[in-house]
Each structure stands twice: as C-alpha cells, then as structure tokens.
Ligand binder design. Sequence first.
Ligand SMILES: Cc1cc2nc3c(=O)[nH]c(=O)nc-3n(C[C@H](O)[C@H](O)[C@H](O)COP(=O)(O)OP(=O)(O)OC[C@H]3O[C@@H](n4cnc5c(N)ncnc54)[C@H](O)[C@@H]3O)c2cc1C
Length: 402
Amino acid sequence: MAAECRFDVIVLGAGIMGSCAAHAAASRGATVLLLERFDLLHHLGSSNGLSRTIRDAYPKARYPPMVRLARRLWASAEEDAGYRVLTPSAHLSIGPRSDASLLAAVRNGGGAEVDVDERWPGVFRVPDDGWVTAVSELGGGVLNATKAVAMFQALAVSKGAVVRDNTEVVAIVKKAGENGVRVVTSKGEEFDGAKCIVTVGAWTSKLVKSVAGVDLPIQPLHMLSLYWKIKPGHEHELTVEAGFPTFSSHGDPHVYSTPSLELPGLIKINYDSGPPCDPDRRDWSSGVDDAAARVAGWIEEFMPGHVETADGPVVRQSCMYSMTPDKDFVIDFLGGEFGQDVVIGAGFSGHGFKMGPAVGIILSEMAIDGQARTAAEAGVELQHFRINRFEGNPTGNNNNAH
Ligand SMILES: Cc1cc2nc3c(=O)[nH]c(=O)nc-3n(C[C@H](O)[C@H](O)[C@H](O)COP(=O)(O)OP(=O)(O)OC[C@H]3O[C@@H](n4cnc5c(N)ncnc54)[C@H](O)[C@@H]3O)c2cc1C
C-alpha cells in the first residue's frame, strides 16, 4: 500500500532537538515532516519551561566547541526570527578546590578566579579556604526555553517544513529492497521518508527497542525547576541587568541557577538530580520534597542573606532528564537493517538544551549527507557519542548536567 506522503526527512519529536533538526533540514531545501506525539509546546517532556542555562564551562573538553557552534546558530536564528531568546551573562563556578571536574570546567570555559564578595557584595558565603570561585565573562546566559522551541518550529515552517502534533509514531519500518523508511502512527497513518531523525527524548529507549530491538541505556529522571523568593530589597541585585551570573555549585548537592529574569522577584535554583521515572507513568510528586530540602540547605549555607527558604520554593515545574551512564549524548546512525537511514539524537542527560541548534544541524547533515560537515569544521568531535560505546563498560561520571 502506498504511504500518504513522501518526504526527504521525517523528524520524530518536536522538543528542542527535533525542532532544530527540522529547521536545519528544511533550510537545506529538504522536504521535512516533523511529527509530535502531544500538543506542540506541551509540558510532558524535557524542553518545557521558562529558562535554560547556556555555559561554556564544561569538565569534558568535547563540549565547549559544540556550545560555541550553538551560540553562532542561536544568534543566526534570532536574526532570522527578529526576536531574542538568549540573554547573555557571566557564568560563575563554585566548588571545592579538590574537585578535579570543577577545575577542568573552569579551564575549558576560560574562567578566572575572582573574589565573589567584591564582585557580588554580601550575596555568597563561600569558605575562604580550599574553595574555588571562578567567572567566565559572557560564558553564561539564559535561554527562554519554550520561546526558543517555538522559534525553531516557526522558522522550520517558514522554510517549508510540515509540522503535525498529536501524532504518535509507533513504528519505523525498513522497506525491503527500497531506500528509505516508512513511519507508522498510532492512528494508522503512514509516511515515507528517505531519512528519519529520531529525537523523542525520554521515550527513546522504548521506541528504539520496539523498532530495532536495540537496548539503549537511557534512563528518564523526574526533575524539577524550583523558583525561590528573593528577600525584600535584594530583588534587583540578583537580576541579569545588575550583572548577576548563571552559576553552578559543584560538590554535594550539585545545584545550579539562572539570574532573576523570567519571574521578577524570584530566582531559579535547581538540584541536579531526581528519581528515575517511566515517561508514560509519572508520579508527579516523587523527589519533590527531597530536591526542595537539598536546595534549601544549600541556600542556607551559601546565599543565606538573599534568598528565602522558610516557605520552600514558590514555583515548581516538572521536567525529565534522559540520562546515559556517562552523561554524554547519543548522536549516531541506528545501524542494523536501517543503516544510515535512521539517525538518533538522544540521551542529552540534562544538559542538551543549550546545544540544540548545533545538535539539530549535526543530525540533519548526518541524515542528508551521511556526515556532519558543519560540526567537523567547528572542531566538534562526534566520535564519543556513538551507540557502540555502551557495548563495553560505560566510563566517566563528571558533573555535566544543566
Ligand atoms: C529541569 C530541567 C532543567 C534543565 N536545565 C538545562 C540547562 O540549564 N541547560 C541545558 O542545556 N539543558 C538543560 N536541561 C536539559 C534539556 O532541557 C534537554 O536536554 C533537552 O530539552 C532535550 O530535548 P529533546 O528534544 O531531546 O527532548 P524533548 O523535549 O522531551 O522532546 C522529545 C519529544 O518527542 C516527543 N515524542 C516522544 N515519543 C514520540 C513518538 N512516539 N512520536 C512522536 N513524538 C514523540 C515528545 O512528546 C517530546 O515532545 C534541563 C532539563 C530539565 C528537565
């Protein structure tokens, strides 16, 4: 039976990765279909919310070139759209000097040690001895997450992409003796694509297992964005206009923050972990009290004069991480009978959003050309992101998230 339509590239999942991939492929002149299981801009996946950090300070040297490529692509998309989604800022890294991954992050992010009390008087209370406080100027920034996803979807449509929401893909079928794949939805619709890009976030393991029988070790976690009330009189000091940075506090608990911006009078300070979850059966309450208590404890120790903890976080938003064992991305061809016809972008392990436009162009070039030329030119090393690294023992566990 003939499928309903044929496209050069079919992208599954309209989070930040799928939306960027659809835009990148359509910008190349490819005919593109972007299929999303839920409503566009829903709150059930990983890309929803008001803000995401962008930062260059990464313990693993493989990421800063991808962040730099992404920054160029964020700027270019903003220019095409005619509005901004990225507010630049400094980035502050805090942690014990004995933490090798912190020192590597500072080095890779071009950070320099500063006296935080001179720079942000009275805000932080960091021990004098054995602690590092390092700033990379313009090495941080805040992305308006939902607006950014909507921007890439709108740009993709402006380049001719077809976007369909409330369309769940249940099968990807290799057509015997033919090039390309057939994508089947839960309503029985069929679409043919020369290539298919799979960016289904926390659902990746389930879909890839049912489609290809491949076990990808990608574990969804139930996560929270927590907004805290700034103490009266200090609201302006913690804003991006006043020069307050995005920051990461390494050690236990690992917390991270964006300056007060999207909700005036509040600051987002998150705990970088959460309980495992099944994306189709979420218990929305699990881990909530634990995350709030850990961040409150951190605030009492490190920012006691500026942020209220007595009533807990005043806004909580749920979201999912998709963790790989080494916290590194999966960007690879599916292989097997699908060869290079299906490309997977997944396992973004709580730190992918900032690199969305770079991942999108990489996935689209892999699909269309069989290789990621733009990434190679930008010095981005993709070798580590291959699926076959899970065949041995996964290694490395540096803090990378957010
Ligand atoms: C609380 C929180 C804070 C974070 N902070 C940061 C940060 O500061 N900086 C940063 O860089 N990153 C951060 N991240 C990580 C970042 O948001 C994610 O890495 C990124 O959003 C992953 O995007 P995605 O497109 O892979 O997944 P998603 O956004 O989940 O998109 C996948 C889409 O696929 C759809 N889908 C699933 N199955 C199907 C199907 N069968 N058919 C069709 N569609 C399907 C889903 O509905 C979903 O819309 C954070 C994440 C969370 C949860």
